[in-house]
Design a protein around this ligand. Structure first.
Ligand code: FPP
Length: 247
């Protein structure tokens, strides 16, 4: 039987889309076919997230460490992201999707940066789900850039060291203004964060599902959301019931 729509829907879901290569290998196909199929899974994930009322969906599209892959694969991933924006931007805009891009924008070559900026500009005023694309993103790099910008403010007398608070640090991250993820999900059975949203995921629920990213369809997503709905979040405190019993 197919999944009913979930209750207790997270505001922000962040996904590490892993397993494209293995999906292709299992079928004797080149890795690039796995990435291609992965883009279809991206479309379905955005649709499903919008349908159930998730407000922010962050997708780890390309990490700052992915440059270490063979040049052909890097260029294939770039090509797919560019094609996705060219082909889907109008449709996403029509669906009222707002696009935000996180990651280091400095030193990006070619037409990728103008396309990412166009996607953000076109959809800036939209009020539906925010699709956050993590591109050339690495959490340590993001935090380093945030620290450098705060250090500069201190060095130039705009801020004192004591004025550096968790809120100010969060405000300098690429994700400024975006609520922390309630759920960080990784596909393909690997159980790592891989330098993804390390600051923001401090209190996120973590969920590792066995499906490879190209197989991540609506049903797998809804099942994951059901698992999330059954989790008890305490943010370092106690569950209300325990408090009542203990008081
Ligand atoms: C991990 O699979 C996946 C990636 C490195 C890239 C994910 C990118 C896409 C799905 C396409 C472009 C994105 C968007 C938003 C349109 P892997 O290659 O590491 O798989 P493996 O671990 O099985 O080798």
């Amino acid at each position: 039987m197919s999944n009913p729509l979930p209750r207790n829907v997270p505001t922000h879901v962040a996904i590490i889309m892993d397993g494209n290569g293995r999906w292709a290998n299992l079928r004797g196909l080149p890795r690039t076919m796995g990435h291609r199929k992965g883009v279809e899974a991206v479309r379905e994930a955005v649709r499903t997230a919008g349908e159930v009322g998730i407000r922010y969906l962050t997708l780890f599209a390309f990490s700052s460490e992915n440059w270490r892959r063979p040049e052909a694969e890097v260029s294939d991933l770039m090509g797919l992201l560019k094609a996705f924006i060219r082909r889907d931007l109008a449709d996403l805009h029509h669906q009222n999707v707002r696009i935000r891009v996180i990651g280091d924008r400095a030193n990006l070559r070619g037409d990728i940066l103008p396309l990412l900026l166009e996607a953000e500009d076109t959809t800036r005023g939209n009020t539906g789900i925010t699709l956050v694309i993590a591109f050339n993103y690495g959490s340590r790099d993001e935090m380093t850039r945030a620290m450098q910008s705060l250090a500069l403010d201190v060095a130039q007398g705009r801020l004192s060291a004591e004025q550096i608070t968790p809120e100010r640090i969060a405000g300098r991250l690429d994700t400024a203004g975006i609520p922390d993820p309630d759920l960080v999900l990784r596909t393909s059975g690997e159980e790592r964060l891989s330098n993804f949203l390390l600051w923001q995921a401090a209190y996120s629920e973590l969920l590792f599902v066995p499906e490879l990213w190209p197989d991540f369809n609506r049903d797998v997503f809804l099942t994951a959301l059901k698992t999330y709905a059954g989790r008890e979040r305490r943010f370092g405190g106690l569950v209300p019931q325990t408090l009542a019993v203990g008081s």
